[in-house]
Design a protein around this ligand. Structure first.
Ligand SMILES: Cc1cc2nc3c(=O)[nH]c(=O)nc-3n(C[C@H](O)[C@H](O)[C@H](O)COP(=O)(O)OP(=O)(O)OC[C@H]3O[C@@H](n4cnc5c(N)ncnc54)[C@H](O)[C@@H]3O)c2cc1C
Ligand code: FES
Ligand code: FES
Length: 1353
């Protein structure tokens, strides 16, 4: 089938977007992603992680099967597909779906118009997942839609608007919102809002949408069909630079190849091999691709089961099983159902579409979700090798616990036989992962029992577990011991103990107790399931399980959320052309969804351009003895290696006592510090060479990683800060009661979808350099680059078109990386591009500060808090960055919504040997306010009053001042709280939660409502100055620029709205090109929610200047058009260009006195969240969230609500999911989406309502608006406290001690530990538990004495 190329080389033939591609030099190591982006210049497909975990690179692959004459369309991750696997396939990328030049596809249009893109970096991937689903199902169900998006991550939107867009394609619409005239069926009651205020719930209008017309889609290339039908298949061989790729067409050929090259792996989906080769440096000179061999694609139904070829992809296996289940009697399909259960959440659809059954089995990873259930179910593997064929039960492979050498390297798995279940046989599969979907499991299990006919006597039992050790393990002895026993409570306790003894000892290390608890909890669930089935079968003999236990048998499912957004309607008297206050689509929305939006990595290559790969320290604290670059320099395409010695001027920047460092010079101070960088002709060559650089270290003491170690070594960044008001010590003397405690809050990775990116282009004269960089602060980059090169700032032109998400992470860190690229560009006199890989980005750039909060709180029995003494220790990492300012903000905002008359708080910034932490949305507030809310809960627990009561009693009242003596008017705080109470129907739902909890033992609900005061301000005037530049051209078009950066928050859209109102022209006449230091100098960072406030003022100022100049002309010709006036102005020599300026807010803070006005105004809000937890696994589901937020008068409600929702979901991540893990040596272990889980589409509340508080004015900001970028994040803690509430219900029911401090993130592990029962007892008290017969019973509420009532913490 392959074309014959020159000198016998194969030519690879495939289609991309209807265009034929013949590649004469196909390199088997090249992925489709790099081919699309570099060779075809199709940059719509994005790099987000390179490992199949984020979906940014999603494309649609179409193949034709000549026998069935069927075309298969499926989504896939281009970052894992080898181009060689695409011979004969058609690829559709976002560019092929639609474009502004041809036709914007309905998917692209609706995603943009429903406000489903913010930074836009995930949007092409989202489009491709939705588009592929629609190609296969033009009217999908909402379940199909949700499943299609499970493999796509978005860090900005919180998914709600994306799902809104998706829902418009679904058969059934959950909500009438879009159809009705502004009032939605989900809008329970608007009565709480002022009746005078007209509210709206329509952020978009479906009337504008083009219909989906499947006949308009690209057809499958007829040439590929002809080739598939007419040309005989033949072996394909592609020789890459280092690797040979062979695709045989027969099993015999494959057997011969494997005999000749036993070490050559079989590559099918490349989802296991690919990440190994990319991230672990594994290399194979030969790979064999068996996907075209018919024997490996067989699907055969037999009398006793199903035989499925090893190369069948997991989506196909899912379909086959689903069909079989629908056609066969239930009794025969129990194994199929259990396997299907695992397949539903295994990876995302992009992974399942390519990952093979055989690959999953043979990889023998401990995280395989299939091996435990297939092994427990007696599946048979058909293996062949040269001269040998055999059938092996999969269980044999794991029976000895090794799971490694039973299959020989030269053996090929041809097919897998999955048997029917039999009468009296019960099969189940379980898994628990850090995120319910698209995340590798922590622990999974497959369990099967077969009873003697008509009895509950165990005839056969199999239990296999994954995740405990490096491969699947079998509880063989346990199963053997239990044979012959009745399935009743007596075996439960024994079985759990035996399983723990046999399997769990190996479950050591990280989360060992949790893993062990899960294993026995899974067995318990299996026990209940089987018991329930026995009862259904024979209710007279088998009593069944108590009603309140039955909810344990149901898993949480992801449903299409119901959502509503309520905002103030436009005043009817407002001019229809005036866009302010309207939900205008993001200015780049359509470009995001068509893939036309350009990010730094997408910029066309510059002649002679070099790529950089950084070499980072592998030690946390060490002297650099030597750097050996000899091997690296010999690598193909290597141009140069850049070290600290190549920095012409500043390598260390002293913004405080300790420096920020570009390249480590003599010593390293954290793992991940940049030591040098390799410049080569491609990123692949640069990375290969970087791996060859050898650095010799000499250990230095001390190595400080934790806050405790920093305290021990007195290692802090100065200054330490303190605020105090009232007389704290005296107040403690007079209070009724005191609590003391501490809480830990883990850090957070920004996980902007676009990794840090720079392109430095020397201009060849006067030392000028263009720097294109993904940053929030171009002026700072300009200053740093100029200082590092030793040139004046006027030689460095810094340009930012847009940023693919930043959240605070692209300030100083982006500056250092820009310096690395600029120094390399300066040395080599070439353009240099540095795009960090996801792993390097996570390793190098730090994130949100981990906190340790300690508190002592004095209060009266009626709930009034009189005195607080709190200390916050924050882990700043190895350099100062903005850590001290983060600590200051943490102190200034720690009061959240409460007036504490006597308050003392301290903040200490710990200097450690971790990568330096930096700004992150909320800037210390999300952590210090969580500490506050924790002690609020503590007071509630101690007084026996409800947390709401404690919150209300202590909330700010009129004429009160903050702890640094700033006045505030808390009227809108109270309004938000009351609105939220009402809209969420808090009290009736709290009663319903209690009722649910009474009726369910293993599932519990929790509900919490949290208020918020979010002060706005930068603390000092000069940090909030801003400037704008507006040109009017003689054709009447306007070019606008200002100092703000577009990173998803819609600032340019809002600025165009402002200019449109001020100039009184339509938005369509105004264009925004880029933010640049050449047009607006010295701009402040786009940070701290201030972008719109300050730049809006500057844009308004510039526009008013222009209008003033035009006014005489307008007055002379009032009926003239804009164009007439501009023409006239030009002819009268009136300048049509103006700058605008805003001096900044008059903010000050005197830290010596502990007083000041560091903030200009306050935002307020409240959120109520309800959750349900699974007490057996710790898993939870976010059921409902209601947010009410005071953001003044919104300039653009779609953008603002998007910010609130996106931040809220990021807050859910911070407080409940995202866990950074370091090795004891200080190495960050969580360096990709497979190890670090941000919220996915399955994590957003099933019911999600956001209301903007009406009638709120703000005299300090543009058009009475308020800066909203950060505030919503903290409200994510309502989920944290709802979870805590659910755990408290469990503990109350079980008579466990009430007071409970849970750390953040409140993961499933902590929830499970909080729900202490006989299973957790087995871990904490193994000895005593085993000596207490019956410690485990069906009612597993027998807890260890140590955790029971009585002592408070
Ligand atoms: C983002 C992501 C998420 C994932 N999530 C999950 C998850 O939740 N649960 C889970 O279980 N797995 C998960 N996986 C793993 C995935 O299921 C496996 O990687 C996949 O099934 C392997 O199949 P493959 O065709 O891609 O294998 P490849 O990577 O192509 O090959 C893997 C190995 O199998 C061998 N092999 C393949 N076929 C044969 C054969 N017929 N005979 C002999 N040897 C063979 C190869 O030699 C190679 O060593 C995830 C993977 C990714 C990338
Ligand atoms: S870049 Fe391919 S999945 Fe993330
Ligand atoms: S819009 Fe989804 S990652 Fe930014």
């Amino acid at each position: 089938m392959a074309l014959q190329g020159p000198a016998g080389a194969e030519e690879l033939l495939f289609y991309v977007n209807g265009r034929k591609i013949i590649e004469k030099n196909a390199d088997s190591e090249e992925t489709l992603l790099s081919y699309l982006r570099k060779k075809l210049r199709l940059t719509g497909t994005k790099y987000g992680c390179g490992g199949g975990g984020c979906g940014a690179c999603t494309v649609m692959i179409s193949t034709y099967e000549p026998v069935s004459k069927k075309i298969r369309h499926y989504s896939a991750n281009a970052c894992l597909l080898s181009i060689c696997s695409l011979h004969g396939a058609a690829v559709t990328t976002v560019e092929g779906v639609g474009s502004t030049k041809t036709r914007v596809h309905p998917v692209q249009e609706r995603l943009a118009k429903c406000h489903g893109s913010q930074c836009g970096f995930c949007s092409p991937g989202m489009v491709m997942s939705i588009y592929t689903l629609l190609r296969n199902h033009p009217e999908p169900t909402s379940e199909q839609m949700i499943a299609a998006l499970a493999g796509n991550l978005c860090r900005c939107t919180g998914y709600r608007p994306i799902l809104d867009a998706c829902e418009t394609f679904c058969k059934e619409s959950i909500c009438c919102q879009r159809k009705a005239n502004g009032k939605c069926c989900l809008d329970q009651d608007d009565s709480s809002f002022d009746k005078e205020e007209k509210v709206s719930t329509r952020l978009f209008s479906t009337d504008e949408f083009q219909p989906l017309d499947p006949t308009q889609e690209l057809i499958f290339p007829p040439e590929l069909m002809r080739i598939a039908e007419n040309q005989p298949k033949r072996t394909l061989v592609f020789h890459g630079e280092r690797m040979t790729w062979i695709s045989p067409i027969s099993l015999d050929e494959l057997v011969d190849l494997k005999a000749a090259h036993p070490k050559a792996p079989l590559m099918v989906g490349n989802t296991s091999l690919g990440p190994e080769m990319k991230f672990k440096g594994v290399f194979y000179p030969i790979v064999v691709a068996p996907a075209r061999i018919p024997d490996l694609n067989v699907v055969k139904r037999t009398d006793d089961g199903l035989t499925v070829g090893a190369a069948c992809n997991l989506s196909l296996v899912k379909d086959i099983l689903t069909n079989a289940i629908s056609e066969l009697p239930e009794e025969k399909t129990k194994v199929f159902r259990a396997v299907l259960q695992q397949l539903r959440t295994l990876g995302g659809e992009q992974i399942r579409n390519v990952a093979s059954l055989g690959g999953n089995i043979i990889s023998r990873k401990s995280t395989s979700d299939l091996n435990p259930i297939l092994a427990a179910s007696n599946c048979l593997l058909s293996l062949v090798s040269k001269g040998r064929k055999r059938q092996v039960p999969l269980s044999d492979i794991f029976a000895d616990g090794a799971g490694n050498d039973t299959i020989m390297p030269e053996e090929i798995l041809v097919s897998v036989h999955i048997p029917h279940s039999r009468q009296g046989e019960y099969v189940s599969a379980f898994r628990q992962a850090p995120r319910r979907e698209n995340a590798l499991p922590m622990i999974n299990a497959g369990m099967r029992v077969l009873f003697e006919e008509g009895t509950d006597i165990i005839k056969d039992l199999s239990i296999f577990c994954g995740g405990a050790v490096s491969t699947t393990v079998c509880a063989k002895q346990t199963c053997g011991t239990l044979i012959g026993r009745h399935w009743n409570e007596q075996i439960l306790d024994e079985a759990c103990r035996l399983i723990l003894k046999e399997i769990a000892p190996s479950a050591s290390g990280e989360k060992a107790d949790y893993k062990k608890t899960l294993i026995v909890s899974f067995f318990y669930r299996f026990f209940l399931e089987v018991l329930q089935s026995l009862t259904t079968m024979d209710p007279c003999h088998y009593p069944g399980i108590p009603v309140e236990y039955r909810s344990a048998l149901q898993d949480f499912k992801t449903k299409m959320p119901q959502s509503i957004q309520i905002f103030q309607d436009i005043d009817p008297s407002q001019s229809p052309q005036d866009p302010v206050g309207r939900p205008i689509m993001h200015q780049s929305g359509i470009k995001h969804t068509t893939g036309e939006a350009v990010y730094v990595a997408d910029l066309p290559s510059v002649d002679g351009e070099l790529f950089l790969a950084v070499v980072t320290s592998s030690r946390a604290h060490a002297k650099i003895v030597s750097i050996d670059t000899a091997e690296a320099l010999k690598g193909p395409g290597v141009f140069d290696i850049i070290t600290a010695h190549d920095v012409p001027a500043t390598n260390e920047f002293y913004y405080s006592d300790d420096p920020e460092i570009i390249f480590a010079r003599n010593k390293v101070i954290c793992v991940g510090q940049i030591v040098c960088a390799v410049a080569a002709d491609s990123d692949v060559h640069a990375k290969q060479a970087a791996a060859q650089v050898k650095i010799e270290y000499e250990a230095l003491e001390p190595v400080i990683l934790t806050i405790e170690e920093a305290i021990k070594h007195n290692s802090f960044f100065e200054p330490k800060r303190k605020l105090e008001q009232g007389n704290v010590d005296q107040a403690f003397e007079t209070v009724d009661d005191i609590i003391e405690g501490e809480i830990r809050i883990g850090g957070q990775e920004h996980f902007y979808l676009e990794t840090q990116s720079v392109l430095a282009v020397p201009k060849g004269e006067d030392k000028e350099m263009d720097v294109y960089v993904s940053t929030q602060h171009p002026a700072f980059i300009q200053e740093m680059v100029a200082a590092s090169l030793g040139v004046p700032a006027n030689r460095i032109m810094c340009h930012v078109k847009r940023v693919g998400g930043a959240f605070g992470g692209k300030l100083l860190k982006a500056g250092l990386l820009a310096c690395v690229a600029a120094v390399a560009a300066n040395k080599t006199s070439r353009a240099v591009r540095l795009i960090l890989s996801r792993g390097d980005d996570m390793l190098i750039t730090g994130g949100r500060h981990p906190f340790l909060g300690k508190y002592k709180v004095g209060f009266m029995n009626d709930g009034r808090i009189k005195a607080v003494d709190a200390q916050y220790y924050i882990n700043g990492g190895c350099t100062p960055d903005e850590s001290v300012v983060v600590a200051e903000v943490a102190l200034l905002k720690m009061d959240n919504a409460y007036k504490i008359p006597n308050l003392r708080c301290w903040a200490y910034t710990c200097k450690t040997n971790l990568p330096s932490n930096t700004a992150f949305r909320g800037f210390g507030f999300p952590q210090s306010a969580l500490v506050t809310e924790t002690w609020i809960m503590g007071v509630a627990d101690k007084t026996g009053l409800s947390p709401e009561k404690i919150r209300e009693i202590n909330m700010y009242k009129e004429n009160e001042q903050t702890h640094f003596k700033q006045k505030l008017d808390p009227q809108n705080l109270k309004r938000c709280w009351n609105e939220c109470m009402e809209k969420s129907a808090f009290y009736s739902r709290r009663a319903a939660v209690s009722e649910f909890n009474k009726q369910n033992y293993w599932k519990k609900k929790g509900i919490a409502i949290v208020p918020m005061k979010f002060p706005f301000g930068m603390g000092t005037r000069y940090l909030s100055q801003a400037a704008a530049l507006v040109h009017i051209y003689t054709d009447g078009s306007v070019l606008l620029t200002h100092g703000g950066i577009e990173m998803g928050q819609g600032i340019h859209t809002k600025m165009i709205q402002v200019a449109s109102r001020e100039l009184n022209i339509p938005m369509s006449r105004i264009h925004f090109c880029e933010t640049s230091t050449t047009t607006v100098p010295n701009a402040c960072a786009s940070a701290g929610s201030a972008g719109t406030d300050v730049n809006g003022m500057a844009v308004k100022d510039a526009c008013q200047t222009l209008l003033k100049r035009l006014q005489p002309i307008i007055n002379q010709n009032p009926k003239g058009t804009w164009n007439d006036w501009i023409k006239e102005a030009f002819e009268q020599s009136v300048s049509l260009s103006a700058t605008g300026y805003f001096r900044g807010y008059n903010e000050t803070m005197d830290w010596d006195k502990g007083e000041g006005q560091p903030f200009t105004y306050f935002l307020y809000g409240a959120a109520c969240s309800e959750v349900e937890i699974n007490c057996l696994t710790g898993d939870h589901k976010n059921l409902r969230t209601d947010i009410v937020m005071d953001i003044g008068c919104s300039i653009n409600p779609a953008v603002d609500i998007g910010q609130i929702e996106g931040a809220f979901v990021q807050g859910i991540g911070l407080y409940t999911m995202e866990e950074l893990k370091y090795s004891p040596e200080g190495v960050l272990c969580t360096r990709g989406p497979d190890q670090y889980q941000i919220p996915g589409v399955c994590d957003i509340p099933e019911q999600f309502s956001v209301s903007l508080l009406p009638s709120s004015q703000n005299p300090y900001a543009i058009y009475a608006s308020k800066g909203i970028g950060e505030a919503g994040l903290f409200l994510g803690c309502s989920v944290f406290f709802a979870l805590r509430d659910a755990v408290a219900h469990v503990r109350a029911e079980r008579g466990l001690k009430k007071s409970l401090v849970l750390n953040s993130p409140l993961t499933a592990e902590q929830i499970r530990a909080g729900c202490a029962d006989g299973f957790t007892d087995m871990m904490t008290n193994n000895e005593s538990a085993s000596s207490t017969p019956g410690a485990t019973s069906m009612c597993m509420a027998n807890q260890s004495a140590q955790d029971r009532n009585g002592t408070e913490n």
